[in-house]
Design a protein around this ligand. Structure first.
Ligand code: PLP
Length: 410
């Protein structure tokens, strides 16, 4: 631990080589963390060490390097299992990211558990990766999608969610934290409601795992998905956690090497989970990198990271309130470190462009949330998203930048 209450952001920033650079002659102010975070030296070194010393293919080898690579890969799985509170390491499946995890569930579980006339309950807060796989499945099997609306603050309308659950609801698929608004959804309550009608629950944890302490057992959901690159880990690696009984009854998602026990000409038997879902040579190095990222974040403390971001958003909301035309979307309080806003009638792309000229990286667009944007009555927003290495100087730079944007276009 690096201190009891406040994060030592200056020390943390020194761990991230990429943040030391200038962009367009200004200190880089990186506020696009909801899209992808940066990596500390500990992760870069773990990747290097793995490739310089230990790399070989996993599981099938007798030789020393293969044993080391296998230990590193399976050790990474144990690190993930501890991090998310999974009792059983066999419930942790490595995938490319949240998107692949959700597609895996839609394909491997959805194809037998959801049939004609069944219902899948989603929300207007979902990222496209928690909508489109269900649309594909629904079209294939003749199921119906339903969506829970939000209130004016961007919180789920829980009474509507309860009302939309029927005995035909097979799945509730919901984001833990909204990437568009920062809303933190009451997953425990949603699981309790879903259980009343016997529905399964998938939680999209892409924006939660990097920022909140996580305990999948306590959440009591059935599937939990997240991506490494949003939590200081490498791109191309992510996790699907699922209950063992589901992983056992589901068919494999893909077929090939690594996932079989016995292959005959007309049929095969499969390994036990999680290997049943990891066909082909896995992304060994990036799993090792993800474990290093988890160790790094855990050492600092997810509760402290979450509290720090919370404090930064509150400070940003307070400072931006006096900027003419600034309007934030999403809950006023109790939100994660995501700040979507509009600036008068300026187009978000113009806002982001002028901020970029000052070395400030924000995202402008629909954030893969087109149904949510439609619900908010906009086509796009500007989004600043915070992480452990951001500080009040970054917020000040953003607010000064927004005033400069207004001046530029006036
Ligand atoms: N779900 C949410 C809430 C997200 O914010 C994102 C990425 O922005 C995703 C899913 C998709 O993640 P990935 O592109 O890493 O698969």
């Amino acid at each position: 631990m690096r201190g009891k209450v406040n994060l030592d952001v200056a020390a943390i920033r020194r761990d991230f080589p990429i943040l030391a650079q200038e962009v367009k002659g200004n200190r880089l102010v990186y506020l696009d963390n909801a899209a992808s975070a940066q990596r500390p030296r500990a992760v870069l070194e773990a990747l290097n060490r793995y490739y310089e010393r230990d790399h070989a293919n996993v599981h099938r080898g007798i030789h020393e390097l293969s044993s080391r690579a296998t230990r590193a890969y399976e050790g990474a799985r144990e690190t993930v299992a501890r991090f998310i509170g999974a009792g059983d390491v066999g419930e942790v499946v490595f995938v490319r990211g949240t998107t692949e995890a959700i597609n895996l569930v839609a394909s491997a579980w959805g194809s037998y558990a959801i049939g004609e006339g069944d219902e899948i309950l989603l929300t207007l807060l979902e990222h496209h990766s928690n909508i489109v796989p269900w649309q594909l499945l629904a079209r294939r099997v003749g199921a119906q999608l339903k969506f829970v609306d939000i209130d004016d603050e961007g919180r789920l309308r829980m009474e509507q969610l309860e009302g939309l659950l029927t005995e035909r609801t097979r799945l509730v698929a919901v984001t833990h934290v909204s990437n568009g608004l920062g809303t933190i959804n009451p997953v425990g309550e949603i699981v309790t409601a879903a259980r009343r009608v016997g529905a399964r629950v998938l939680v999209d944890g892409a924006q939660a795992a990097p920022h909140l302490p996580l305990d999948v057992k306590a959440l009591d959901c059935d599937f939990y998905a997240f991506s490494g690159h949003k939590m200081c880990g490498p791109t191309g690696i992510g996790v699907l956690w699922a209950r063992r009984e589901l992983l056992e009854e589901m068919d494999p998602y893909q077929g090939g090497g690594e996932m079989i026990e016995l292959v005959e000409l007309d049929r095969s038997t499969y390994k036990a989970p999680p290997h049943k879902y990891e066909a082909g040579t896995p992304n060994i190095a990036d799993a090792v990198g993800l474990a290093a990222a988890i160790d790094y974040l855990t050492d600092i403390g997810l509760d402290r990271i979450g509290a720090h971001e919370h404090e930064l958003v509150a400070y940003a909301l307070e400072r931006a309130a006096s900027i003419p035309g600034f309007r934030a979307f999403g809950p006023g309080r109790g939100r994660a470190g995501v700040l979507s806003f509009e600036l008068g009638d300026l187009h978000p792309h113009d806002v982001a462009q002028v901020l970029n000229d000052r070395g400030i990286a924000v995202r402008a667009g629909h954030h893969c949330n087109q149904p949510l944007m439609r619900r908010l009555g906009v086509t796009a927003t500007t989004r600043a998203s915070f992480y452990l290495y951001n500080d009040r100087d970054d917020v000040d730079a953003l607010c000064d930048g927004l005033r400069a944007v207004i001046e530029f276009f006036s």
